[in-house]
Design a protein around this ligand. Structure first.
Ligand code: URP
Ligand code: ZN
Ligand code: ZN
Ligand code: ZN
Length: 553
């Protein structure tokens, strides 16, 4: 049966980054056509129009995961979540777009890497995607290819590694050159901020001391190693007035450096990830080797258990800006490559499926941020920085119909409706599944308890590797109860996940090209350049057409 070409999402609470309203959303040909009240014709739904009842649900822009590594060939093996299964899992978790990384070897062509990643993703990807490209070495060829990628291939972000010595690491002079080039072509520079030399020395020291287990991974790269590189990258980017984006912010120290830099007026953005917001590095000391190894990633999770809360506070108040996952998953047998030497444990954790739920739980349910900030940090800010806005990251007329319907668990219902403490006691979250007749209860991983008070329907989800949709056989958020549960995911107007069932075919996702000079990022950069040029007396007047004309964008 052909899917109806039109959808009407009826009566939900439509949440954008700047406001919320109860409204109908009419979707046609993959985009939002209308937003308002009572969009249902008096005679009821005509043929070809499917009505989705969203009463008592949130209607949110689909999530944008700014940082994934599907099927990444890395550290002698390959990430087990590929573009097919990884993006299906993304959809199940309410994420409708990922931005992955094409990463050439040193000496390799950036264009070839880009085309290689496209050839993996295009036939299999189930949600929309874009590609950042890594700069792992420097030459005239790299410089030229950055321009081609930006001009012809829809790439507006380049990642430089300050770690992985002898593999991907670049030095300060190369960072300077790459940042300068980003600035010329209107891209945003991204860094993996860790001091690779210090890590290499620290690792040697740990192994010499006989520390070979996963805890050695964190011990050889303490917070200062991340904070130092973060400050160094910001200093270099600032010297060339290039906008900078720090990927996977893992520590309080690095986050403080970013917050301070933003207060100093630097154009810098910080991206904590589901892992750093949802769990911590105490797991590296778990007595089960495989358990500890599954948390190994770079930069590491931090043993200071107050880190996730701290990062979430900074995300809530605007010091940090977006959220990704760094989803780069390896099964236990792959992690075992480092059984006798932590430096050989493939680095990477899961998150693409759970990011939205984790941020809802630790951010909104905890009272740190409101629903609008949730949308900002899970999609809107990413869309603005990477120049996808308002096509992505917003529910508005003309935007892609990437939408997720979320049902809230018990505690939020109580909080929203200001019910009394007695009711709170009566309505403790369910300890076990009581699956009712509702179609939305069909998913095995949703614990739903339909209470008899009529308007309350409480939905919680307990995260588990047993029920998640990812390929990896471990979940770093195992056992976490989440109160915000994505029930229906819509990708460019098509219901792709509903009631625990996928309606998606490999290759349904599309590559989304991104233009350079994102307004959100570059307005301040250009203005500063113009002011500097005027001060030097060498450039056209600020308001002249040349200053703000087409050629400058
Ligand atoms: O441990 C990590 N982060 N693995 C993926 C590669 C990277 O550095 O982003
Ligand atoms: Zn990285
Ligand atoms: Zn543990
Ligand atoms: Zn990464």
């Amino acid at each position: 049966m052909a899917a109806p070409s039109r959808l009407l999402i009826r009566g939900g609470r439509v949440v954008n980054a700047d406001s919320s309203q109860v409204a109908y959303v009419l979707v046609e040909d993959g985009v939002v056509r209308a937003l308002g009240r009572d969009l249902l014709p008096p005679g009821g739904a005509p043929a070809g129009l499917r009505v989705l009842d969203a009463a008592d649900k949130l209607v949110l822009p689909g999530g944008i995961d700014t940082h994934t590594h599907m099927q990444f060939p890395f550290m002698g093996t390959r990430a087990v979540d590929d573009f097919l299964q990884g993006t299906k899992a993304a959809l199940a978790g309410g994420t409708t777009m990922i931005i992955d990384f094409a990463i050439p070897q040193k000496g390799g062509s950036l264009l070839t890497a880009f085309e290689t990643w496209r050839s993996w993703a295009d036939p299999t990807v189930c949600c929309d995607y874009s590609l950042h490209v890594a700069v792992t070495w420097w030459s005239d060829q790299v410089k030229e290819e950055m321009k081609i990628l930006t001009r012809d291939k829809g790439v507006n972000s380049f990642k430089m590694f300050m770690a992985y010595k002898d593999v991907y690491m670049v030095r300060d002079a190369e960072l300077y050159a790459a940042f300068s080039r980003c600035k010329e072509i209107g891209a945003i520079a991204q860094v993996h901020a860790e001091n690779g030399d210090l890590i290499a020395e620290g690792a040697k020291k740990m192994l010499a001391l006989g520390i070979t287990g996963p805890e050695g991974h964190e011990l050889c790269r303490p917070e200062a190693v991340e904070a130092e590189a973060t400050l160094r990258a910001i200093t270099i980017a600032s010297a060339v007035n290039c906008p900078l984006y720090i990927v996977h912010v893992m520590s309080k120290s690095a986050a403080k450096v970013i917050a301070d830099a933003r207060r100093d007026g630097k154009v810098v953005y910080g991206e904590p990830i589901a892992a750093s917001l949802g769990t911590d590095g105490t797991h590296y000391w778990n007595k089960e080797w495989h358990h500890a190894a599954h948390y190994v990633m770079g930069p590491p999770l931090r043993p200071d258990p107050s880190t996730p809360d701290y990062l979430m506070n900074l995300l809530a108040n605007g010091d940090l800006t977006t959220t990704g996952t760094d989803n780069c998953t390896f099964n236990t047998c792959q992690k075992a490559l480092g059984k006798d030497d932590f430096t050989k444990i493939p680095n990477g954790v899961n998150g693409v499926e759970d990011r939205m739920s984790i941020i809802w739980e630790k951010g909104v349910h905890s009272g740190k941020m409101d629903e609008n900030r949730f949308v900002a940090v899970t999609s809107t800010n990413a869309a603005k920085i990477f120049n996808l806005y308002p096509r992505k990251g917003r529910i508005a007329v003309g935007s892609d119909a990437d939408i997720v319907l979320v049902k809230l668990g018990l505690y939020n219902s109580i909080a929203n409706w200001d019910s009394g403490a007695a009711l709170l006691t009566l309505t403790e979250p369910p300890k076990r599944s009581i699956l009712g007749g509702s179609a939305q209860c069909a998913a095995a991983d949703i614990d739903e308890l339909v209470m008899s008070w009529g308007f309350f329907v409480f939905t919680n989800r307990t995260i588990s590797a047993k029920t998640h949709h990812q390929a990896v056989n471990f979940n770093i958020f195992e056992g976490m109860v989440c109160h915000g549960v994505p029930l229906v995911t819509i990708s460019r107007g098509k219901v792709v996940y509903e009631a625990g069932v996928f309606h998606v075919t490999a290759g349904d996702g599309k590559y989304i090209p991104r233009k350079p000079f994102a307004e959100y990022v570059y307005q301040r950069i250009k203005q500063r350049d113009q002011l500097a040029a005027v001060a030097m007396g060498s450039q056209p007047h600020l308001n002249s057409p040349r200053a703000f004309g087409k050629n400058n964008r």
